[in-house]
Structure formats: structure tokens, C-alpha cells
Design a protein around this ligand. Structure first.
Ligand SMILES: C[S@@+](CC[C@H](N)C(=O)[O-])C[C@H]1O[C@@H](n2cnc3c(N)ncnc32)[C@H](O)[C@@H]1O
Length: 343
């Protein structure tokens, strides 16, 4: 996870579509890209109806690519009067574009004109292409995009979240077999909330059997336009069979929190809760924030409270231990923890 990323380059096919030489496949074919996103991923996972009236809805995507699925989902959320209060889109991408690369591929897509303001907001918030988690917020925090830059194989075991829908959009199994191994389906099942839905353009029988073995109820349905059939799936209601069920969906009758202590940690928690629409009462014995150790310059510059909290929303905290005799520095609190050999 800590290795440098192998970034995507803006390269185009003879017909002008963004193309990946690494996988020898186009990302999306021109104008059809957004309609395909709506057919395969939104309709395939039962959206927008599935998030109707919900407090929170979490989508986990494999392969952020150009971000068309995210933009189509964000636009659908904006257009829907019954939208969930908070949409959290988590996307795993092993070869992200830089912001310049993303701008170049977006500029090549005429169809993106429909979403030009949203695409511009996305590019303006685009993070440095560094491994790990990056939280972007839009719509005053009501739409959160967590980009997990790294290989899905390394990222999924470390994510702690409950997904309501999965978009599987890596390149095809023929071009990208490593991604579509049965362990992917097992890892998705671990993160699936009861009744979670899944959609992908892939309808390969090996893949479908892997999904079934992981506990999903799987069907083939018509693909987009003249494309072959695609796969939709649903995770059944849990019957207590999973050792580590995902966290349940948030459903708070009253969004009021009390935070005790206005040091860096208390202030960071207060800021995050307020960004999610909570009313917060913050208590402190002093008459201002950060009056004790949090006022120390080192606490603000090296403590990492804010990123730690950010990552904690969907990632296990890292153990900050130092192995005796090892010269390795302890992981910062927002780093992905290493997997234990026993686990
Ligand atoms: C077809 S593109 C995704 C298109 C994208 N969802 C969109 O809406 O624009 C496939 C993406 O999957 C990414 N990918 C392939 N293998 C991956 C892996 N093992 N882990 C994470 N991402 C992967 C590729 O780098 C590429 O960006």
C-alpha cells in the first residue's frame, strides 16, 4: 500500500476514446459512456429508488477511472427529491490519473458537457495521486467521495464499511484477470449490508459462480444497448452467519451529539459531525479551544488528528507499535495497517 502508484496516462484510441495501453481496453466509448453508467450501474443496483428516504447510502466501486459512474450517480442524487440524506461513494483505483490527466480525458468526452459543473468540481477537489485514502466532499458534505488509491486486493481487506451497493467496473476479466478472482467476491460479501445490490457489465460464468459461492443471489439481465447480458446480484438478509458483519446503516432519531473536550481531537470530531448535519454541544473547562496540550505546536503539526478521523470513517486504525529492535517508524494513525500473518 505504501509503494508509489503506477499512474494512468491520458492516451486515446484511434476513435478518440480514452484508452488504457496497460489493459488494452477503452475506458468508455464516447457519448454512450454516461448512458451506460445509468443502465449498468444505477439501474443495475436499483438506483435511485434504493436510496429513497434513507439517512445514508454507501456505494463501493471497483475502478474509479474517469469518474463517469460517480458523476452520473451524483447527478441522479441531485435530481431525486427522495434522495438519501448523505451519499457516500467509495471507489478503489489502482492506476489513478493525475489532475492534469483527468482534465485531458474529460476534455475529450463531449458527453461530459451534461455534467460539466460537477466534473469541474470533481477536478478542483482531485487529490495528489498518493496511495491511501482521500476524502472529497461536495454539496456541503452531503455527498462524500472516498478515493482509495491502491490495488483492490490490498485495499478491500482493510476497509471497514457497510456497502448498500457495489459497482464492479474494472476492465474485463479477459484483460484484467487478476482483479476478478473469487477472493474479490468474498471480500465484497464481508462488506455487504443486508439486501446490498451489485451490478457489473461482466456476465462470465466463473465470476457468477464466485459471487454465488460468496453468498450473493445472482441473475443475468440485458446489457446496455447491443452489449451482451450483464450481472446483477443481491446479498440476502443476514442470518447472523457472518463473524464480522458490516456496520449497520446510520439511522439516528435525533442528530445531537455531546463532545467533551475542545482539544484537537474534540474539535476534529465536532467539525466532522457538524459537516454531517449534526447539532453538537462541545464542553470544555476552558474558555476556548486547544488550551492545554493541543495548543502545543507539535500537536497541530504532527498529531494527525484530522486525517486520522477521516480515515477512521472507513478504515481500521493502524497499530502504532514499534517492533522491538526494528528501526521502522510506527505507522501514522491514518495509514493502512499491515495484515497480521495469522489473519
Ligand atoms: C473501465 S475503467 C473504470 C471506469 C470508471 N468506473 C468510470 O466511471 O469512468 C476500469 C478501472 O479499473 C481500474 N482497475 C483495474 N484493476 C484494478 C485493481 N486491481 N484495483 C483497483 N482498480 C483497478 C483501472 O485502473 C481503471 O481505471
Amino acid at each position: 500500500m505504501s509503494r508509489a502508484l503506477d499512474l494512468a496516462e491520458p492516451v486515446f484510441s484511434a476513435s478518440g476514446s480514452p484508452y488504457s495501453p496497460r489493459y488494452d481496453e477503452v475506458y468508455r466509448d464516447g457519448a454512450a459512456g454516461l448512458q451506460r453508467a445509468r443502465h449498468v450501474f444505477l439501474a443495475g443496483t436499483g438506483l435511485p429508488q434504493a436510496w429513497g428516504g434513507r439517512d445514508q447510502f454507501v456505494i463501493l466501486e471497483a475502478g474509479f477511472g474517469l469518474g463517469l459512474n460517480f458523476l452520473a450517480t451524483w447527478q441522479a442524487w441531485r435530481d431525486d427529491p427522495r434522495r438519501c440524506r448523505r451519499l457516500h461513494f467509495v471507489s478503489v483505483e489502482t492506476h489513478p490519473f493525475t489532475s492534469e490527466g483527468l482534465a485531458a480525458v474529460h476534455a475529450s468526452l463531449d458527453a461530459l458537457a451534461e455534467f460539466a459543473p460537477l466534473a469541474a468540481e470533481l477536478r478542483a477537489a482531485w487529490p495528489l495521486a498518493l496511495p491511501g485514502l482521500h476524502r472529497l466532499e461536495f454539496e456541503g458534505g452531503a455527498v462524500a467521495l472516498t478515493l482509495a488509491f491502491g490495488d483492490i486486493d490490498a485495499v478491500l481487506p482493510r476497509l471497514v464499511l457497510g456497502a448498500d451497493a457495489f459497482y464492479l467496473d474494472g476492465f474485463s476479466p479477459a484483460r484484467n484477470p487478476d482483479m476478478w478472482q473469487p477472493q474479490l467476491m468474498k471480500r465484497l460479501a464481508r462488506l455487504a449490508r443486508p439486501e446490498a445490490t451489485l451490478a457489473t457489465h461482466v456476465a462470465d460464468s466463473v465470476f457468477q459462480r464466485g459471487l454465488q459461492a460468496a453468498g450473493f443471489a445472482v441473475s443475468s439481465v440485458p446489457g446496455f444497448g447491443s452489449e451482451p447480458p450483464m450481472t446483477v446480484a443481491r446479498f440476502p438478509v443476514m442470518r447472523g452467519t457472518r463473524r464480522q458483519p458490516p456496520p449497520p446503516a446510520a439511522a439516528w432519531p435525533e442528530r445531537h451529539a455531546i463532545v467533551v473536550g475542545a482539544g484537537l481531537a474534540g474539535c476534529a470530531v465536532t467539525e466532522r459531525l457538524a459537516a454531517r448535519g449534526w447539532r453538537v454541544t462541545l464542553f470544555d473547562a476552558h474558555d476556548g479551544p486547544a488550551q492545554l496540550t493541543s495548543a502545543h505546536r507539535a500537536a497541530a503539526s504532527g498529531g494527525g488528528h484530522a486525517p486520522g478521523w477521516q480515515a477512521a470513517a472507513c478504515c481500521r486504525p493502524a497499530p502504532a507499535r514499534r517492533t522491538p529492535g526494528s528501526s521502522r517508524r510506527p505507522s501514522p494513525p491514518w495509514a493502512f495497517p499491515r495484515r497480521s500473518r495469522a489473519g
